[in-house]
Design a protein around this ligand. Structure first.
Ligand code: ADP
Length: 262
């Protein structure tokens, strides 16, 4: 199922959560970025197109400014993201450069999606970048996103981007294999749910636990994102992004994950 979804899709959005991009010391996992760049580049050669939605500005910021780790004040967090965004993009740029690919940065807020003029500009830019073989890397514009205008989590941002670009498939990479009947971090007997056809029913039947260190949305926003994408007939996969060569292995049908299908 998962393998067919990936093999049949031409336009794919890959979303990476902060915890997936961080290593065990809380620093950017640049090896993981390189590995994804290599896998993506191989699939582009086979005719697929990609947009990346990448969290991780805070993680990348803390990799540079460790002394800010205890500063919780909003202005410091936004300032940290301003520093970290540069580092995050540098890491992606270096990762893709090895495979002869350029990246372009797109920073968005909720307001951008509510304004038809901005939406049209975003869509045109995304299509132009992808047509020219450049990988757009989208993140929320944390510097201007105060609570009122925040999308708040990159799962929803990824779903909105998938709809905007008319993607064929959305893949949310997290630090778990998919949706479980209860939080797998707290319950060793949690069971993976491999296929979801009704997200409202799923919400009623599972326990939704807390997020991780850098996580913002948790499983709830992943379900919202999948539901949003599915309402435009875009299937969604929630998968572990931290395992070796996960994109290839998912495409080969050798890694378990959750598929959200219409
Ligand atoms: P990301 O940074 O990838 O967006 P989050 O930390 O926001 O990830 O959300 C993923 C986390 O949600 C998992 O690591 C897990 O601990 C937690 N979680 C809570 N309930 C569930 C559940 N029922 N199934 C899967 N994960 C769950």
């Amino acid at each position: 199922m998962i393998s067919r979804l990936i093999n049949d899709a031409r336009k794919i959005i890959l979303k990476f959560g902060s915890n997936t991009l961080a290593n065990s010391e809380g620093k950017m996992n640049t090896d993981l970025l390189s590995e994804f760049a290599e896998q993506t580049a191989a699939l582009i050669k086979k005719g697929k197109q990609f947009i990346i939605v990448s969290s991780g500005a805070q993680v990348a910021g803390l990799s540079k400014l460790d002394k800010w780790s205890r500063k919780k004040d909003l202005h410091y967090r936004q300032a940290l993201c301003a520093v970290g965004q540069v580092e995050l993009m540098k890491s992606w740029r270096i990762a893709f450069e090895q495979y002869g690919l350029h990246v372009g940065q797109i920073l968005l807020t909720r307001e951008d999606f509510n304004d038809s003029n901005r939406t049209l500009n975003m869509r045109n830019t995304l299509f132009t970048l992808v047509d020219e073989g450049i990988i757009p890397i989208i993140n929320e514009n944390d510097t201007v996103s105060v609570e009122e205008i925040k999308i708040g989590d990159n799962d929803t941002l990824a779903a909105r981007s998938a709809i905007l670009w008319s993607a064929d498939l959305l893949i949310l990479f997290s630090d778990i294999d998919g949706v479980y009947d209860k939080n797998p971090k707290e319950h060793t007997d949690a069971k993976l749910i491999e296929v979801v056809r009704n997200i409202d029913d799923l919400r009623k039947s599972i326990d939704i636990g807390s997020t991780n260190n850098f996580g913002t949305g948790g499983i709830a926003t992943k379900l919202d994102a999948a539901q949003m994408a599915l309402s435009y007939s875009i299937p969604t996969i929630l998968a572990h992004g931290g395992t070796a060569r996960s994109l290839e292995i998912l495409a080969a049908g050798e890694q378990k994950a959750t598929a959200f299908l219409a």
